[in-house]
Design a protein around this ligand. Structure first.
Ligand code: NVA
Length: 243
């Protein structure tokens, strides 16, 4: 438990990493500041999985790529629209989408753009895969003809006191009017938890196009796959050969 372990308080994160490396096969760490998970990885001799930081959410992206691939036969050329904050979930969604050759279009309000280094990494990846990474400040432009429409909370962890931030997201709610611009067979995605009525309406998140609970289930499968790959690669390879 967060309060019991005192990570980074009664001893350095690197020392805790060295101790845990003597006990465990891998560490899954959900933190706030991204540098904390980097310190844990640096001090560790076993794999460290980032289960969420303020900069990245890679396990969510793994489940999201799995969910998208369950819904479309061909991934390259799929248009993925993000509408919302330039946050941790967007960062890894764009890296994942670019890696699989998708067309990533993200709409964010001015001043809430994603990390420039991550965007540039995603663009470099897209050059290799034939994908694209495009920014707009206009949600309709991003959603036009989209196969996937994705949003997340406007106020992330650690920003609870920044209630005024919401005002910048006027026009960024994913509602029926906005998704009427998407492809008729679009899927709606959200990493959950959702703030219904804020970034998404009930009509959209509860619609037939919504795959949010498939995504939630796929977090489990993707996590199990990742842990097997990291802790027992031979088992992962044997399993992959069967499928
Ligand atoms: N952007 C959100 C994701 C929660 C899964 C947050 O960081 O709080």
């Amino acid at each position: 438990m967060k309060g019991d372990i005192q990570l980074g308080k009664s001893e350095s994160i690197e020392d805790t990493a060295a101790v845990l490396s003597r006990y465990l096969g891998a560490i899954t760490y959900r933190c706030f500041g991204h540098s904390d998970v980097e310190k844990l990885a640096n001090g560790s001799t076993i794999p460290v999985i980032n289960a969420l930081s303020d900069k990245h959410h890679p396990c969510q992206a793994a489940a999201d790529m799995m969910t998208i691939s369950e819904n479309f036969d061909e991934l390259s050329g799929i248009k993925v629209a993000w509408v919302g904050d330039g946050n941790n979930v967007l960062h890894d969604l764009m890296l994942g989408a670019a890696s699989l050759g998708m067309e990533m279009h993200y709409a964010v309000p001015r001043g809430f753009e994603p990390d420039e280094n991550i965007v540039s990494r995603a663009k470099d990846i897209a050059k290799e895969t034939g994908g694209t990474v495009e920014m707009t400040h206009n949600p309709v432009e991003a959603v036009k003809g989209a196969n996937v429409v994705y949003t997340d909370v406007f106020i992330s962890m650690g920003e609870e006191k920044m209630k005024d931030k919401i005002e910048a997201f006027d026009g960024f709610q994913v509602n029926e009017e906005l998704v009427s611009n998407a492809d008729s067979d679009y899927i709606f995605m959200h990493c959950l938890p959702a703030h219904r009525g804020e970034e998404v309406t009930d009509e959209v998140i509860d619609s037939k196009n919504s795959v949010v609970f498939d995504q939630a289930e796929n977090r489990m499968w993707a996590q199990m796959s990742l842990m097997t790959f990291l802790v027992h690669p031979a088992a992962w390879e044997a399993y992959s050969e069967l499928h």
